[in-house]
Design a binder for this molecule. Structure first.
Ligand code: HEC
Ligand code: HEC
Length: 243
């Protein structure tokens, strides 16, 4: 909508329209604010979308946690970042060499450049001035840095065995097994579930048929609907990347 208004005002030669989103080739300066907000910017634009779901307080994959701004500045995770040396920093090199995230969408290239610049400039929590030739998408952070709220601890992700015993076996397997796979769906094992591409998108419960049918109480067929905590276990298992 805002973009549409901008285009209209451009046609009318109206001044004062920020159409930086439309720039594709001109170098632009990443608007890192002075203050802790530049670390917040990296969290919001890089780590939270691409890393936090596997690297959080409940699931420190590889021993690392990238969930909030403090994690980036935490000296006990110092091995991941060498201030002044992005290329030598594990946190940057695993992104640059493509090994992280191990699957799913790659992080935004502009945000990765800002990360490398921020590290090269010494990882200051109070600001850096980084130029990138890529367009930094989205709104620039607000000038007044808001302190990040205390993170709510993530809920523990159930294992498949736990999910199976508490949810699938009592409610679903009677109609979805190898001998009687209703709708061609066999929920007897993790392998049989993951073998069906349409059923589960690990990491994205809301896009997974298996979760959608229970969320809208279409399954178990004939009811009764799953209890809230059973739905939640299924959601956590899928969002937690189907462990
Ligand atoms: C789908 C889950 C997942 C996502 C998403 C993910 N990681 Fe990881 N990461 C892992 C696992 C599992 C390990 C430990 C095993 C390994 O090194 O492959 C790991 C290990 C690491 C390590 C340690 C590597 C080493 O050599 O010791 C770093 C650093 C890291 N991840 C950074 C990141 C960053 C930065 C992102 C986001 C850009 C990210 N990860 C996204 C699962 C993930
Ligand atoms: C009483 C038997 C029965 C039970 C119990 C049952 N299902 Fe089903 N399920 C069916 C039948 C029959 C179909 C195919 C017809 C339909 O979609 O209504 C089906 C279809 C499905 C589909 C495909 C829906 C689609 O739109 O393609 C999914 C996913 C599914 N079930 C998951 C589950 C889950 C998860 C449970 C347990 C929470 C469950 N079912 C319990 C009988 C059952």
């Amino acid at each position: 909508m805002r973009r549409a208004l901008c285009l209209i005002s451009l046609v009318m030669f109206a001044p004062g329209c920020d159409y930086s989103e439309e720039k594709k080739t001109t170098p632009v300066t990443a608007q890192l604010q002075t203050g802790p907000s530049d670390v917040d910017w990296l969290m919001q634009n890089l780590f939270q979308p691409s890393c936090s779901r596997c690297h959080n307080a409940g699931n420190r994959a590889g021993g690392f946690q990238f969930e909030n701004a403090n994690d980036l500045l935490n000296p006990t995770q110092a091995g991941a970042i060498l201030p002044g040396n992005a290329q030598g920093s594990l946190i940057y090199s695993v992104i640059a060499n493509g090994s992280m995230p191990p699957r799913g969408a790659k992080p935004d290239a502009a945000a990765v450049k800002v990360l490398s610049c921020w590290i090269d400039q010494g990882t200051s929590p109070t600001g850096a001035s980084c130029t990138t030739t890529a367009v930094v998408p989205g709104p620039v952070p607000s000038a007044s840095p808001t302190p990040s709220p205390a993170p709510t601890p993530p809920e523990p992700v159930p294992t498949f065995a736990e999910l199976f015993t508490s949810v699938l076996e009592p409610n679903c397997v009677g109609c979805h097994n190898s001998g009687y796979p209703a709708a061609g769906i066999n929920l007897e094992s993790k392998a049989s579930i993951l073998a069906n591409d349409d059923l589960v998108r690990c990491g994205r419960a809301d896009n997974s048929l298996l979760y959608k049918v229970v969320a809208k109480n279409a399954m178990p067929l004939g009811g009764p609907a799953l209890k809230a905590d059973e739905k939640k276990s299924l959601r956590l298992w899928i969002d937690g990347d189907c462990p």
